[in-house]
Design a protein around this ligand. Sequence first.
Ligand code: KG4
Ligand code: ZN
Length: 333
Amino acid sequence: MSVILAIESSCDETSVAICNNGKITANVIANQTIHENYGGVIPELASRVHQQNIVPVIHQALTDAKVSKKDVTAVAFTRGPGLLGSLLVGVSFAKAFALALEVPLISVNHMHAHILAHFIDDPKPQFPFLCLTVSGGHTQIVLVKAYDSMEIIGETLDDAAGEAFDKTAKILKLPYPGGPLIDKHAKNGNPLAYKFPEPQIKDLNFSFSGFKTAVLYFIRNQEKLNPDFIEQHLDDICASVQHSIVQILLNKLKKAAKEHGIKDVAIAGGVSANSGLRNGLQALAQEMNWNVFIPAFEYCTDNAAMIAIAGYHKYLVKDFVGQDVSPAARMIF
Ligand code: KG4
Ligand code: ZN
C-alpha cells in the first residue's frame, strides 16, 4: 500500500499530486499569472507566490484524492533543476511534512519526471525508448533505458525550444508565456509563408539562439517596409515560426532514432503541448513506422503528477533521501 504526496515548485507552477498505489488520484496546479506583464518569470515573485499557494494546494490535493495526511506513506519533491527560491519552498515543505508524518522523503529530478509522465496512463512505452524533452529551460534527446537509467544523447547548446517560442513571441509583442499563443495563431496561418534558416549543428545537438535573431532581423526589415507588418500577418508569422522550430526538432529526432535503431519515440515537457509538434510527430511516425507516445495536455507543462509517478517508482525500490537534502538549481541529469 502506498500513498505518495508529491510537490512540484521548480518554476512558476505550484503543484501537488497524490499517487495511490501507482494511480494518480489528484493533480492540483496553481498557475502564477503575476509574470504575464513582465515578459518572463521573475524569480523573487515566483517564490513568494509558491509560499502563499503551497498550503491550500496541499489541502486541495488531499481532498481531491479523498485521503488524509495520516494516509501518506512518502513525500516526493522536485529537487531541481529550477529556480532556487522556488525549489526552496517545495523542498522545505516536503522535508517538514515528511518529518512530521515520520515517512520517507523521495527526491525527484524534474527532467526525469517529465519523461516518466508517460507512465501515468496507458499506453506506456517499453524500454529502451527515445524521448524528446522540450521545455522552457531544456531541449534534450534522451535514451531512456529504465526508470532510473537515462542518457542525454543530444541537447541544446544555447536556448531551449520553449525559449525560442517565448522569445519570438516577445518580438511579436505577445505576452509571456508566448508558446501557447504562437500555437493558437499558427492554427489560422500558412506554415510556408516565411522561411527561417535551420541551424547547421553537428551530432544530435540543437541551437536556437541564431533562430531567434533571424526572426528579429526578418521582422525589423519587414517593419521598415510596412510598420503594421506584425498585426497584418501575425497568423502567418506564427505558423511559419512554429513550423520551422518543429522541423528542427523532428529532423534531429529522426536522426537519433536511426542512429540508435529505436522505433519507440516519445515527447515530453511544456513544448510537447504544441499542436504543430504533436501533429508533425504523428505524421513522421507513420512515415518511419514508429510507435509514438504523446502525453495528455495536463502532463506536458509542469505538474506534480509526473513527480508523483517518478516518486512511486523510487518508492518501490526504497530509493529515499535524508533530511540533509537541499534544492539543486542545476541538478545533474
Ligand atoms: O515544462 P514547462 O511547463 O516548464 C519548464 O520546465 O520549463 O515548459 C514551459 C514552456 C514555455 O516555454 C512555454 O511557452 C512552452 O513550454 N509551451 C508551449 C506550448 N505550451 C507550453 N510552446 C509551444 N506551444 C505550446 N502549445
Ligand atoms: Zn518542466
